[in-house]
Design a protein around this ligand. Structure first.
Ligand code: IVH
Length: 678
């Protein structure tokens, strides 16, 4: 389909037939994005872009009511339920909210309230709009009965098992709380957990999630709660449904009820009763929201008193007593100077935009992702274009749109590559035709990426082998795989630029030392698709040696904790590939460690204690964890009531905050060294 311009509306001058074509185009585009978002848990356009398309369609349908079809995306609330989950019917439908990006429209909303209720002052509450996934949870006789996603607003997917992995979610309510109700909230992944998950996915050769909401939706959709538990989710609540028999009369009273029930409510709440007050609150929230642990994309403004809410009523989709005020994502305009293609470890070719440097959300940006070539075509992005880039939270900036009105005619269209820009092998497209890959396992760029991964800190941790040395080794044809690294000698290394005797000596020593690395590091370093550092550790804990992993059946592999239905076949296939087996054999001959050594008990000074590690320390986290274990301590990934100590290095983040809140003792590295006897 031809790319359709966004943020543009030539509505006023549209003929009925133009309007009909445009409406059809918008409907099919919106359906496609809805499906991507709700069913595939991914996103190609920002929320603001989606809203702009939806609004344009609403405007057309308002002006040409004949064009309104019952299946129009403007007529539905959510997305289609996912196959594979049982469906749950919501006792009260889950509605959506009208939203606005303008302060003026927010004032108009308040004026409508004043008019309808015939009063000047109308008490409202303002809460952050948490950018996660809407959930409805039912408690019966004080026990969590089930929880479901919004689905189409009437019926959602039963995700109870996945919700039960959320530590802050009570499975049983305290006696003093009402025992039967349905409660509505938002499931989210904290920014810190999101960053960690993406790091792990990158390590396992998997695609990064674009934002915390996508990763939350993707996580809730998983059928295996074991995997879900490894991706910590959290929840905040903002509303009640089915309040029969519960004596509450306002949103503020509901906040108190949530407190009594031990259900987490919004971290920031304002009470205002005038239009000026609302504006004050949304501006304050904009200043504070970046320090919240979760991503927020706006504020939700609700009339406080249920009596007023009932009087105002609802339309078929949204209540008249509430509105979402959304913050504009931070954007900047700049020039697209050129497009480069990055070749990844799996051969994936990713287009990257080189930009005239521009300041955006606290940093200077000169590169942005173009996602994939389909996206370039859909948005009609050309070299020389003035483009709008956007950065939401800590996400890599992306090109969101082209300023076509600024074109001079000199702009050059971008063609998807037919051959790898590095080795000239004809490219492969995946089934959905989105990812273009270089299929050549000897492509020098693929080889470099694989070697960089093999030697990186989280894998074999071989210092002295930075990007430039790896590049030189590959270009000089001295190394084409990991086993070749162990054939290097002084003579060969002396051929490289800027390699003095000292660097050569250090590198050869580092390679020698790496032969003693734990075998899980080797398994991780091999870059088996879907096997991250955590998975590799579990494999060795379970099987004890690389040979045992290699000879395990898919079924035996799934017996290993954390190895599920997707990872097991990937491991099995890797160990049944001739070329991989030859590589393993050569690594074995070079003297690398294939059998797991038991952790040597050094002392029992830390016996009975549970530790969480955070921030930058003198050694990497896993090595610190091994030290703790060798002194009899336990190591856990997150701070809870059971944590005895937090070992905190520099730039400690949310774990430090949590530990402080829970009164967990915080220990610096020197203090820790003292505790274990230096
Ligand atoms: S109140 C009748 N409060 O935003 C719907 N919603 O576009 C009442 N959301 O579906 C919703 N934070 O998933 C409300 N503090 C908050 C919220 C919130 C996030 C989500 C929710 C809702 C969507 C509306």
């Amino acid at each position: 389909m031809k790319a359709i311009p966004r943020y543009e509306s030539a509505l006023m001058s549209m003929s009925p037939s133009e309007a009909s074509t445009r409406a059809e185009q918008l409907r099919s585009e919106l359906h496609r994005h809805n499906h991507l978002y709700y069913v595939e848990a991914r996103q190609e356009i920002s929320d603001a872009e989606f809203d702009a398309l939806l609004r344009e369609l609403q405007q057309i349908e308002a002006q040409f009511p004949d064009l309104l079809t019952p299946d129009s995306p403007t007529q539905r609330v959510g997305g289609a339920p996912i196959e594979g989950f049982t469906q749950i019917k919501h006792t009260v439908p889950m509605m959506s909210l009208d939203n606005t990006y303008s302060e003026q429209e927010l004032v108009a909303f308040f004026q409508r309230l004043q008019k309808s209720l015939g009063r000047e002052r109308i008490p409202c509450v303002i809460e952050p709009k948490v950018d996660g996934v809407a959930i409805s949870i039912r408690y019966e006789n004080g026990v969590l009965k089930h929880g479901a996603t919004r689905g189409d607003g009437q019926t959602g997917d039963d995700v109870t098992h996945n919700l039960k992995t959320i530590k802050s979610l009570p499975l049983r309510l305290p006696k003093e709380a009402p025992q039967n109700f349905e409660v509505r909230g938002e499931v989210f992944m904290t920014k810190a957990n999101f960053a960690k998950l993406n790091e792990e996915r990158e390590g396992a050769g998997e695609a990064r999630f674009a934002n915390p909401r996508n990763s939350t939706a993707g996580t809730l959709k998983l059928l295996d709660p074991k995997t879900v538990a490894k991706r910590p989710l959290d929840i905040v609540f903002y509303g009640l449904a089915d309040v029969t028999g519960i004596a509450i009369e306002s949103q503020s009273e509901m906040h108190r009820l949530l407190q009594t029930a031990g259900l987490r409510k919004a971290d920031l709440i304002w009470h205002k009763d005038s239009a000026e007050g609302l504006l004050e609150a949304i501006r304050e929230l904009d200043e504070k929201r970046r320090s919240l642990p979760y991503e927020t994309d706006g504020a939700v403004i609700k009339v406080d008193a249920f009596l007023d809410q009932r009087e105002l009523g609802s339309t078929s989709k949204a209540p008249r007593w509430a509105i979402a005020y959304k913050y504009q994502p931070e954007q900047a305009e700049t020039k697209l100077l050129s497009m480069d293609i990055q070749v990844g470890r799996t051969g994936a070719l990713t287009p990257v935009a080189r930009l005239t440097p521009v300041f955006l959300s606290g940093s200077t940006v000169s590169n942005a992702t173009l996602h994939n070539f389909e996206e370039i075509e859909r948005k009609d992005i050309r070299v020389g274009d003035t483009v709008v880039i956007e950065k939401a939270g800590e996400i890599i900036p992306a090109v969101v749109m082209v300023k076509k009105e600024l074109r001079t005619g000199e702009e050059q269209p971008i063609q998807p590559p037919t051959h790898c820009p590095i080795c000239d092998t004809a490219v492969h497209r995946d089934e959905e035709q989105v990812v273009i890959r270089c299929p050549n396992p000897s492509c020098p760029e693929v080889v470099k990426r694989r070697l960089e991964h093999f030697v990186c800190r989280g894998a074999m941790d071989i210092s002295g082998l930075g990007e430039s040395v790896v590049a030189q080794l590959v270009e000089a044809k001295l190394v084409k795989d990991a086993a070749d690294l162990y054939q290097l000698n002084e003579l060969l290394l002396a051929r490289l630029e800027r390699m003095g005797t000292k660097s050569i000596d250090n590198l050869l020593k580092a390679l020698e030392v790496s032969k003693q690395q734990d075998p899980w590091r080797l398994v991780f370093g091999l870059g088996i698709l879907h096997v991250g550092a955590g998975g590799a550790r579990k494999l060795l804990e379970h099987f004890g040696s690389i040979d045992a992993i290699a000879s395990a059946s898919v079924e035996e592999l799934t017996q290993c904790p954390d190895i599920g239905a997707i990872v097991a076949p990937s491991i099995h296939a890797w160990f049944h590939d001739e070329a991989n087996l030859t590589l393993l054999q050569r690594l074995r001959s070079a003297g690398l460690t294939f059998v797991q050594r038991a952790v040597q008990a050094t002392s029992d000074r830390l016996k009975g204690t549970t530790w969480v590690i955070t921030g930058t320390l003198s050694q990497e986290r896993e090595s610190m964890a091994d030290i703790i274990r060798s002194h009899g301590g336990k190591v856990s990934g997150s701070v809870s009531g059971k944590t005895s100590f937090l070992l905190a290095g520099d730039e400690a983040g949310s774990k430090l905050d949590n530990a402080t809140k829970l009164g967990v003792k915080i220990v610096t590295e020197p203090e820790f060294r003292d505790m274990i006897g230096g």
